[in-house]
Design a protein around this ligand. Structure first.
Ligand SMILES: Nc1ncnc2c1ncn2[C@@H]1O[C@H](COP(=O)(O)OP(=O)(O)OP(=O)(O)O)[C@@H](O)[C@H]1O
Ligand SMILES: Nc1ccn([C@H]2C[C@H](O)[C@@H](COP(=O)(O)O)O2)c(=O)n1
Length: 234
């Protein structure tokens, strides 16, 4: 009896939600909103790969040489803040939230994130952050459901047509040409999907949500419903 009361007082068990998919499908926007609505933590794993890439660019590491990337992979200290209303990312204490979004970092992050030593380091970090989230967490990326958190309670794989994704990104990048943006997205997805270690892939037990014709609000509602159903044991 005592243990039943303790369980009830402790509230629901933490829920782990993995959201994967190609670039521009709405992973970050959806994950942040779902986490905020449900009182969960939020982790942007792409920001971590961008942060280590930024550090290597700033340090002059030769990014055409996988052995140079591997040798440097363990050096920077990357810290992610997991409040969905104000996520943060620092490298060796420096706030890099802005610098990690430059076209230079975006064009180089696939090469850095393909190196196994980088993935091992960042995957360990991601697992420790997820394990520390008391109420649960929404973790978004490319290999969360397949590799990082294969036992996640709920796995979502977001998709959208390249045209829709390019239009969304061009809107964000104020005046960027849609065709050029589309080609850049397709190129990055191809690199992320074809790497040997932990490529971008849909987990066999993931729910696929095609967001092409959905508003962001509709996608958020869809994912919140899926989490609530999972929690209710449906
Ligand atoms: N369903 C939607 N309808 C319209 N716009 C959307 C939708 N989902 C996201 N967006 C917009 O598309 C842009 C890209 O979304 P977001 O950054 O969440 O994608 P992402 O999958 O995390 O991309 P990346 O993997 O490149 O970081 C943002 O401007 C966002 O507001
Ligand atoms: N789990 C992850 C998350 C991201 N990456 C790599 C591949 C992406 O092109 C890059 C940037 O991600 P974004 O900020 O666009 O979501 O990071 C990965 O390999 N694995």
């Amino acid at each position: 009896m005592e243990s039943v009361e303790k369980t009830a007082a402790a509230g629901p068990a933490p829920v782990i939600v993995a959201i994967d998919g190609p670039s521009g499908t709405g992973k970050s926007s959806t994950s942040k909103a779902v986490a905020a609505q449900l009182g969960l933590s939020y982790l942007d794993t792409g920001a971590q790969y961008r942060a280590i890439t930024w550090w290597m660019v700033a340090g002059g590491i030769d990014l055409t040489d996988p052995s140079a990337i591997a040798a440097a992979a363990g050096k920077p200290e990357i810290v992610s803040g997991t409040d969905p209303s104000a996520p943060t990312i620092t490298v060796d204490g420096t706030d890099v939230a802005g610098p990690i979004r430059t076209p230079e970092v975006t064009s180089k992050v696939s090469a850095v994130s393909a190196v196994p030593e980088v993935r091992t380091r960042i995957t360990e970090l991601q697992r420790s952050i997820a394990a520390a989230a008391e109420l649960g967490i929404v973790v978004e990326g490319r290999d969360i459901g397949t590799t990082v958190l294969p036992d996640a309670d709920l796995k979502i794989f977001l998709t959208a047509s390249p045209e829709a994704r390019a239009a969304r990104r061009s809107g964000e990048l104020k005046g960027a040409d849609v065709a050029t943006t589309r080609e850049a997205l397709i190129k990055r997805d191809a690199a992320d999907s074809s790497r040997k270690t932990s490529p971008l892939a849909k987990a066999a037990d993931a729910v696929e949500v095609d967001t092409t014709e959905l508003t962001l609000q509709q996608v958020i509602e869809c994912v919140v419903t899926l989490v609530e159903e999972k929690r209710a044991g449906k």
